[in-house]
Design a protein around this ligand. Structure first.
Ligand SMILES: NC(=O)c1ccc[n+]([C@@H]2O[C@H](COP(=O)([O-])OP(=O)(O)OC[C@H]3O[C@@H](n4cnc5c(N)ncnc54)[C@H](O)[C@@H]3O)[C@@H](O)[C@H]2O)c1
Length: 336
């Protein structure tokens, strides 16, 4: 299939590009490089450095490359930044997604795979854990709302247009890197737990901070669901291959089990063989004690299951890349 990957120079999008290419699809990337890296797009896949909001240009790319499916990863994804600058998030994540859909409609591209997030669930009470797709969606920050609004648009658009087909995929904590070590996770600034711990293991940070040690969990620290990026991308390809007129999928993507912050640190110490200094701090607002997915719907309907469920294996893949590329994609700094 001819596939347009938006945000393909970012962490998850670049892994999608590699898998799609290896599966024999023809891929084109659009990324404005605001948060991504040219070097993350591997294998000679064309990268168009452009804004998604420019529907006229996107229309030409869709038409010129005979695109049949769009995988839409491009977004800004810092919760704190979204609270401080909500307009930027609604414009970039919501409004630009609508421009993209508009361009797709003009050209007649009818397949869409959308990166949504468990942040659309907000802070579900303990009665909703593990989280199913039917859990009420009540985001608690503009980032979560900016994704929720796109979901609403897609559901309505699907209903009104029987030829359109989409997959709304709500990710939990995506982790790990390409197991061949070619591409990896590079955010600037980094906010994700596993790369932060590994940067501490490399001596790039003096310590790792644990936000809250008095949660009602077995070791007092927050529990989250970590899914390996390659399993996540397998689910995207599976969904894409099953899209057909009138079909709409909404799936949670996690492994269905949670691990605490202390368990993640212990695993990183085992994998790296290094001692990691930990500083215990207070809780952060908006961090629920435990969040993990019930991924049984995609298992039941499409037969997807996460293959990498051992946290040491997930961290090993991240360590392989980060220890070889301690400065990330060097000489490829994102432009703001
Ligand atoms: N990383 C996670 O754990 C996680 C969890 C839930 C959901 N998600 C979602 O997955 C997607 C990818 O996340 P990531 O961690 O790879 O982020 P990332 O920042 O590494 O990648 C996003 C890419 O999109 C590009 N981009 C952003 N706005 C753009 C625009 N207007 N036009 C063109 N390109 C644009 C950036 O330059 C970047 O390369 C995002 O939609 C994010 O909300 C990620």
């Amino acid at each position: 299939m001819n596939v347009l990957v938006t945000g393909g120079a970012g962490y998850i999008g670049s892994h999608a590009v590699k898998s799609l290419r290896l599966a024999g699809h023809k891929v084109v990337v659009v990324d404005n490089l605001s948060r991504g890296f040219r070097a993350a797009v591997t294998g000679g896949v064309p990268l168009v450095v452009h804004e998604l909001g420019d529907w006229e240009h996107i229309r030409r790319i869709l038409k010129g490359n005979r695109i049949e499916c769009v995988m839409h990863f491009a977004a800004l994804a810092y919760v704190g930044e979204s609270v401080n600058d909500p307009l930027r998030y609604y414009r970039n994540n919501t409004a630009h997604a609508l421009e993209l859909l508009h361009a797709m409609r003009l050209v007649g591209v009818q397949r869409f795979v959308f990166s949504s997030t468990c942040a659309t669930y907000g802070e579900p009470g303990p009665e909703h854990i593990p989280i199913t797709e039917d859990c009420p969606q009540q985001p608690i920050n503009p980032y979560g709302w900016s994704k929720f609004f796109v979901e609403r648009v897609l559901i309505d658009y699907c209903r009104a247009n029987p030829d359109f087909s989409c997959a709304i995929l709500r990710y939990f904590n995506v982790a790990g890197c390409d197991r061949e070590g070619d591409i990896g996770e590079a955010h600037n600034p980094e906010t994700h737990l596993i790369p932060l711990i590994l940067q501490a293991a490399l001596g790039q940070r003096p310590h790792v901070e644990i936000y809250g040690t008095d949660y009602p969990t077995p070791d007092g620290t927050c529990i989250r669901d970590y899914i390996h990026v390659e399993d996540l991308i397998d689910a995207h390809l599976l969904c894409m291959n099953n899209l057909a007129p009138g079909r709409r999928f909404i799936y949670n993507l996690g492994i269905g089990r949670g691990l605490s912050v202390r368990e993640i640190i212990a695993s990183a110490q085992r994998v790296t063989g290094r001692k990691i200094k930990v500083v215990e701090g207070p809780r952060r607002p908006g961090d629920p004690p435990s969040l993990f997915a019930d991924p049984s719907r995609i298992q039941r309907e499409l037969g997807w299951t996460a293959k990498v469920t051992d946290i040491d294996a997930i961290i090993e893949s991240a360590w392989k890349w980060i220890s070889r590329n301690p400065r990330g994609y060097t000489n490829q700094h994102p432009v703001e």
